[in-house]
Design a protein around this ligand. Structure first.
Ligand code: TXA
Ligand code: MG
Length: 321
């Protein structure tokens, strides 16, 4: 696990403009001091991420959030219920916010969250300033849920990797836009839509690819493994690996990983990215994924599977977070 000395060293690295990969409850993040333009620029470089795709700003507590964004009553209610946790709120950026314009892609909003992971919180507290952190994977790839995934994907581009073991939620935070009167679900994630709707009422949702500046990262091919993925409940083609869910009678696959034999969507979310990676091998002709019910975390799981399955046009492939 991660010792206090390691966290103190990683915090010094961040303050000096370094890049630190760290575990959150959702996925590993690639962190930089959010106020340091050059450090933030290094994140975009390391990931090969397009500069119009803004980063989530991670803070240690509500007071730190209030300094950089304007929270309204809805935001405060949600923060009281779900922070620390897998929810990122898009809110109007304050003029005085000491956050690099690049981190926010020049928008007048910022996505902010207090992560629940103990390592993440300790790190941000030790830095004493907001930490900008996208998922710690090359743009367009599968998000990392273990330290090894970060090293495989980004290697030398990262100064320090804090290894906190597997991420318990396993799927990225839910991104909710509160910058307008009507709240919009920009990305389903680790906090279920139903939990938000219990507070806010029915939510509009951005579905599928969109070029709109409000959902800059919501482009089709995202979370893509190297081999082709398709979603099908009924058939397997020769050489395909099966990503299954619950009980089934399928046979004839080259390899299988089951997201959750018991049909538990939380377990499935926690397994999703590591299992996708382990099936993503050139000796498989493809991956066929069984669909999961779109309730609770199933909405986020199906969102990631659909993105992973969407055809990769070159322009889109370079447009993911
Ligand atoms: O769980 C997570 O959210 C992880 C961990 C590390 O916190 N982070 C993560 O970051 O998934 P990233 O960069 O891979 O995805 C952030 C998403 C992108 O789709 C981005 O476009 C969107 O949040 N986003 C960030 N700032 C935004 C803003 N101001 N307005 C709209 N969308 C924004
Ligand atoms: Mg990402």
């Amino acid at each position: 696990m991660v010792s206090p000395e390691k966290i103190a060293r990683a915090a010094r690295c961040l303050r000096a403009g370094g890049l630190v990969a760290f575990p959150t409850e959702t996925v590993y993040g690639l962190g930089a001091d959010a106020g340091n333009d050059r450090a933030v620029a290094r994140i975009f470089e390391a990931k090969g991420r397009p500069k119009f795709n803004p980063l989530i700003i991670h803070v240690a507590d509500l007071a730190q959030a209030e300094v950089i964004v304007a929270l309204d009553d809805r935001a405060r209610d949600l923060a009281a219920l779900f922070w620390p946790g897998p929810l990122s709120l898009v809110l109007p950026r304050r003029n005085a916010a000491a956050v690099s314009l690049l981190a926010g892609a020049g928008l007048d909003t910022l996505a902010v969250r207090i992560p629940a992971g103990t390592v993440a919180r300790a790190l941000i507290e030790a830095v004493g300033a907001p930490v900008a952190a996208p998922s710690a994977n090359p743009a367009g790839g599968v998000s990392p849920t273990r330290a090894e995934h970060v090293i495989d994907g980004l290697g030398e581009a990262v100064d320090t990797v804090l290894d906190g073991g597997p991420c318990p939620v396993g799927i990225e935070s839910t991104v909710l836009d509160l910058s307008e009167r009507n709240a919009v679900l920009l990305r389903p994630g680790g906090l279920a839509r139903e939990d938000l709707e219990a507070v806010l009422g029915p939510l509009a949702m951005v579905r599928g690819p969109s070029g709109s500046p409000h959902a800059p990262g919501q482009l089709a091919s995202h979370y893509a493994p190297g081999v082709e993925l398709r979603i099908d409940a009924a058939s397997i083609r020769p050489g395909e690996a099966l990503l299954s869910f619950g009980d089934h009678r399928l046979s004839g696959f080259a390899a299988e990983r089951n997201l959750s034999r018991a049909g538990d969507l939380r377990e499935a979310a926690a397994n999703l990215f590591a299992m996708l990676r382990s099936l993503d091998r050139p000796d498989h002709t493809g991956i066929v994924a069984m669909p999961v019910p779109e309730t609770g975390l199933g909405l986020a799981i199906m969102d990631r599977l659909r993105r992973a399955a969407s055809p990769r046009r070159l322009a889109e492939h370079t447009c993911a977070g």
